[in-house]
Design a protein around this ligand. Structure first.
Ligand code: COA
Length: 392
């Protein structure tokens, strides 16, 4: 038997487990690329729909393809009535990420080929999930608040329609555009925890829905997508705090983390955070909000302490700066991670298809790492079993 490679307790940092043609990160230079295109170019010049097409199909669409794709997504926004009916019976204080994760298998139930491994079927399901995820998030928010669920508006773009279904008023076009840019910035991020979870699940030949549900579960954690809500909770807590510097110092002295700072890959800066910081500052100036000033103080204090500790690679990440942006758009704190999911579902689906159909890596392998057994061991015959009445 060949000797196992040991990468214990490293979270698989630095271990390459597959080939992928979907996205690329240079953590030293702070570069993020989707299918060859820099994230800044896509944020400035593309749209979320175009970015989804790029991730799923591998190329930027020609005008007629983009138009047809956009129409297809808009036509698929409604969710089956039985999903909404089920949601009406769920506890009103259920966390939106749990609700979203629970809804994905419900959508799967409507599919005739429950576990189909056909590329076209998987692409159609991916497009369906991209279309329906905002509907699910908005519907849950309205159901939990005792409000009627709103029909999607085919005249509105992806972000604008989400804001409409959530808030029940016509979105301001500038806000919809900003949200569209946020969606572009979150759409994919190589083998992060949720994408790896999704790929790992479908490596068993489980369905695309099963992979997306796994991705949602992984994203919900506070060290991953859940960090944006934690950042907002921190900002709200510090809104009236006269000594932000003291709070940050005490937090770090206790060994606690500052949410929204640090990244497993980016070591000189997260390009998404840079973009969102500018957006947050602009929105803050327009609305007179104080978040930019509070964030700035937290950032400066934490960076100074990290520098004294020689930890110069802990810098603000995407969640640090997306949280105040969403807040200024009127989005409740517990919907910030679901919005991340509304975007990241595009990346998960692209990765699931790449995994399922072995687009770049040849014969797909079932992920099967191993653990160093450190439990009880009495030899290969096992420990002597004693019946329950003879145990002390
Ligand atoms: N605040 C305080 N200290 C932090 C920190 C933070 N946000 N992020 C990392 N550190 C410290 C750790 O305490 C550790 O210190 P130690 O060596 O003295 O024990 C050191 O930096 C390395 O931490 P580790 O978790 O191993 O590094 P990583 O690069 O793998 O961590 C994260 C990446 C994202 C898990 C980590 O930075 C984190 O927990 N950030 C906060 C959560 C967050 O924003 N998540 C969203 C990521 S996009």
């Amino acid at each position: 038997m060949s000797e196992a490679i040991r990468v214990k307790n490293t979270g698989l940092r630095g271990v390459t487990v597959a080939d992928s043609a979907i996205s690329f990160i240079d953590g030293e230079k702070g570069v993020l690329i989707y299918r060859g295109y820099r994230i800044e170019d896509l944020a400035d010049r593309s749209s979320f729909m175009e970015t989804v097409y790029l991730l799923l199909f591998g190329t930027l669409p020609a005008a007629e393809h983009l138009e047809a794709f956009t129409r297809q997504v808009r036509n698929m926004r409604r969710v089956p009535g039985y999903v909404l009916d089920s949601m009406r019976h769920w506890p009103k204080n259920a966390r939106p990420m749990d609700v979203l994760q629970a809804c994905v298998p419900l959508l799967a139930m409507a599919e005739e080929q429950g576990d189909a491994l056909d590329r076209q079927v998987c692409l159609d399901r991916s497009i369906g999930l991209v279309a329906q995820m905002p509907t699910l998030v908005a519907a849950w928010h309205r159901i939990r608040n005792g409000q009627p669920v709103l029909e999607p508006d085919p005249d509105l773009d992806h972000a604008g329609n989400f804001l409409w279904m959530l808030q029940g008023k016509r979105p301001d076009p500038a806000t919809a555009k900003d949200l569209d840019v946020c969606l572009i910035l979150h759409a994919d991020h190589t083998f992060n925890a949720s994408t790896f979870a999704a790929r790992e699940v479908v490596s068993t030949r489980a369905s695309l829905y099963a992979g997306v549900a796994a991705g949602l579960g992984a994203l919900s954690g506070s060290l991953h997508g859940g960090a944006n809500a934690k950042v907002m909770e921190m900002l709200l807590k510090l809104e009236n705090e006269p000594d932000i510097e003291g709070w940050v110092s005490a937090q770090l002295a206790r060994g606690e983390r500052i949410m929204g700072m640090g990244h497993a890959i980016y070591k000189t800066g997260d390009p998404r955070a840079v973009y969102l910081k500018r957006m947050g500052q602009r929105l803050g100036e327009q609305t007179g909000g104080t978040w930019a000033a509070i964030s700035q103080k937290i950032e400066e204090t934490a960076l100074a302490i990290f520098a004294r500790q020689g930890k110069t690679t802990i810098l603000p990440n995407v969640d640090f700066n997306s949280a105040p942006v969403y807040y200024l758009m009127g989005i409740p704190t517990d919907l910030m991670t679901p919005i991340f999911a509304i975007s990241r579902v595009a990346g998960w689906c692209a990765h699931i298809i790449e995994e399922q159909f072995a687009d770049v890596q040849g014969k797909p392998a079932l992920y099967r790492p191993q653990a160093q057994y450190v439990g009880e061991y009495c030899g290969l015959m096992g420990c002597e079993y004693s019946p329950v009445d003879r145990r002390k």
